[in-house]
Structure formats: structure tokens, C-alpha cells
Design a protein around this ligand. Structure first.
Ligand code: HEC
Length: 103
């Protein structure tokens, strides 16, 4: 019984930790290309806006918010362990430039 409980707990933790995507940028790929390849599957242009994908609180309107989200993911969003270094900076910058303020 104890074993079963442990197993259930382990499975739950695994599920809560979210999944991870193996998208790996090729050398020289631009932030826009990476965004199209890795992010647009889930993040679409906000209706009625041109080229805007995110509405963010002012606290979150910075590159670090994007890089940490890409590296850590969340309950619902996968993390991207293979997007690193310059690629991570480029896609974060691209996404930030295509964000607007939350009202
Ligand atoms: C499998 C679907 C999926 C993919 C692929 C995905 N995301 Fe997400 N993302 C989500 C979901 C669902 C949320 C909302 C839940 C949350 O904030 O964790 C989210 C939230 C976010 C947020 C927070 C937005 C806010 O309003 O605060 C950022 C930033 C973000 N994603 C960036 C990215 C970037 C950059 C990529 C590509 C490298 C990406 N996401 C790829 C599903 C995805």
C-alpha cells in the first residue's frame, strides 16, 4: 500500500513538473525563426492586434521573464532545455518586442 502511494506521488510530481520540448535551434537561426518553430504552436497573434503575442504586466515586460519561462516552463507550458545562449536571448528579445502592456 505504501509503495502504491509513493508511486502515485511520484507520478503526480512528474505530471506537475510539466513536459519538455527538444526544439533545438540551428546555428544562426533568428529569434523570429525560433519563435515560429518553437512557440507559435501555442502562442498565436492576439486577436485584433498585429504581430502581438503577449499582453504583459509591466513587472513582466523584460527579457528575463521570457528567458526564465523558456528555461523553466510551467504547469501548462513545456520548457525548452535546448534553447540556450544567443538563441535564448534572440527568441526572448523577439517575443518581448512582440508584446504589449496588459490593461
Ligand atoms: C505546448 C504549448 C506551448 C508552447 C510550445 C509554448 N508555450 Fe508559452 N505558454 C503556454 C501556456 C499554456 C501558457 C500559459 C500558462 C503559463 O503562463 O504558464 C504559456 C505562457 C507563456 C508566457 C507567459 C505569458 C504571460 O502572460 O505572462 C510566456 C512569456 C511564454 N509562454 C513564452 C513562450 C515562448 C517564448 C515559447 C517558445 C520558446 C513558448 N512560450 C512555447 C504554452 C506553450
Amino acid at each position: 500500500m505504501k509503495k502504491l502511494l509513493l508511486l502515485t506521488a511520484a507520478t503526480t510530481m512528474f505530471l506537475l513538473a510539466g513536459c519538455s520540448r527538444d526544439y533545438t535551434p540551428v546555428a544562426g537561426e533568428s529569434g523570429e525563426d525560433i519563435f515560429k518553430g518553437a512557440c507559435m504552436e501555442c502562442h498565436e497573434v492576439i486577436e485584433g492586434k498585429e504581430n502581438v503575442f503577449y499582453e504583459l504586466k509591466s513587472d513582466n515586460k523584460n527579457v528575463e521573464y521570457f528567458t526564465s519561462k523558456i528555461q523553466s516552463g510551467s504547469l501548462l507550458m513545456p520548457k525548452f532545455p535546448n534553447i540556450t545562449g544567443d538563441s535564448l536571448k534572440a527568441v526572448s528579445q523577439y517575443a518581448l518586442e512582440h508584446s504589449t502592456d496588459k490593461k
